[in-house]
Design a protein. Structure first.
Length: 448
């Protein structure tokens, strides 16, 4: 490493550490802490102040314009499900069907199914309001024990979404890697499921029992009050929850056919913003009936949505700013270059490249795209299974979510954990998915 490389690494660590200290110790809002961290990284790395400001603006714009729209539309849908009583009705039905003891396993399975065609943020904003409602319905003592019981239901849902995000096509990240590395889609799906199921069990129900004691929860972003209206039918509520999943899945799977690839209606259906907007428009009459035009109904829905969206969008936008400054300073390129300098297993190499980019950029999708970009030659020269390389990169792409990952702040806001407890629960969960996923891919490599 050159002196410039060392300076860049030290700048990144200093900026991230400053952001964490300002948020955890200084009790400042993540929006301020992350922006200060972003400018600190850029200044210490030697970037001109004007370039740092442009990178910050680009990072915020990219996140708010992409993930931010999904979050806002998901929050409005969650507010409708909550205020109408539909989320609580679905949660109570699920608990009656499974029982409290089996509920964590049920949420794990549901999250895996719902998360398959969706970006992580989309699946999170669709599923978590219902899971949180189910957690609220659990009979447990007040205080710490009740919070731990809630988390033992919520964490399996997060694990289910996390493993498909990393490991199972047709999820967009793994699907991109399949195409870039020339892997077989069917075999990648089969291997991905073999790795994902035990990984999700370990990172979800098992890990939750270890890390949840002592964690306290703040009130969720969606308030406790409901409107005085008739609760909609469970069929209508279930249709609203599943509609965006079905639209996106239809769009993604339909384009696997050469005859339909690129069809305008499939491209539109697979866009999460369009799918969620359509669902929002249908949810209003289905959940509120003729009362949807009442000012009280509209005010309640949008007041609750905007109150939650403001804090979340500011936090994830500032996380995007920190990510973009790190990328603009060259940290992603540096980590990728360092990892490729050493002769190691192609599977471990792909994982390490993805881990480095994930830590630097905060985005699992960016980590996947970057790692895939430098791996085709390695795959061709080594003869290793491209399907397993896809899975190793996917596992590395979710390693240790931290303050530059918008998903970190999204989970924190929805679940109600403190910043420190979000590291203890969510960051640990993602790390377990990454490490266990790699270990199982390594084991699988001896048989395929």
């Amino acid at each position: 490493m050159t002196g410039e490389d060392i300076r860049l690494m030290a700048s990144a660590l200093a900026g991230i550490l400053l952001a964490v200290l300002m948020i955890v110790k200084g009790r400042l809002h993540p929006f301020i802490g992350l922006l200060c961290g972003a400018f600190t990284v850029g200044l210490l790395a030697g970037l001109p102040l004007a370039d740092i400001a442009k990178a910050v603006q680009k990072g915020v714009g990219d996140i708010v314009g992409g993930t931010g729209l999904v979050v806002a539309l998901g929050l409005s849908l969650g507010a409708m499900l909550h205020l109408s009583g539909a989320a609580a009705a679905l949660a109570q039905s699920a608990l009656r069907l499974t029982g409290a003891r089996a509920a964590p396993w049920a949420t794990l399975g549901i999250a895996i199914l719902i998360g398959l065609p969706l970006f992580f943020e989309t699946g999170l904003v669709l599923l978590l309001p219902i899971v949180v409602a189910a957690a609220e319905a659990i009979n447990a003592p007040d205080g710490e024990a009740r919070d731990a019981a809630k988390l033992r239901l919520i964490m399996p849902a997060l694990a289910g979404l996390g493993v498909v995000h990393a490991l199972v096509p047709p999820h967009p990240g793994p699907l991109l890697a399949v195409e870039a590395l020339g892997a077989n889609l069917g075999r990648t799906m089969l291997y991905g499921i073999l790795v994902a199921i035990p990984t999700a069990i370990i990172a979800g129900p098992v890990l939750a029992r270890i890390v949840t004691p002592g964690v306290r929860l703040a009130p969720p972003v969606l308030g406790d009050h409901r409107l005085d209206i008739a609760v909609p039918g469970r069929g209508a509520a279930l249709f609203i929850v599943l509609l965006p999943v079905l639209l996106i899945a239809t769009g993604e799977l339909g384009q696997l056919s050469q005859a339909l690839k690129g069809a305008a209606w499939l491209v539109a259906a697979s866009n999460p913003v369009i799918a969620l907007l359509v669902t929002n428009l249908l949810a209003l009459p289905l959940l509120f009936g003729r009362r949807l035009r009442e000012a009280k109904i509209q005010d309640a829905v949008w007041h609750e949505t905007m109150g939650a969206a403001g804090a979340i969008l500011l936090a994830i936008g500032a996380g995007g700013a920190l990510k973009q400054v790190l990328v603009s300073a060259g940290l992603s390129d540096l980590l990728a270059r360092l990892v490729t300098m050493y002769a190691i297993s192609p599977l471990l190499l792909g994982w390490l490249v993805a881990v480095g980019i994930r830590l630097a950029a905060g985005s699992a999708t960016v980590a996947t795209i970057t790692a895939v970009g430098i791996m085709p030659g390695v795959v061709a020269g080594s003869g290793v299974s491209p399907e397993l390389v896809v899975l190793a990169i996917g596992a590395g792409s979710v390693f240790f979510s931290h303050v530059n990952d918008p998903g970190f702040w999204l989970v924190k806001s929805y679940v109600g954990t403190s910043t420190a407890d979000t590291f203890k629960t969510w960051s640990m969960l993602e790390t377990v998915i990454s490490v266990v996923g790699l270990a199982l891919v390594m084991v699988l490599s001896h048989f395929v």
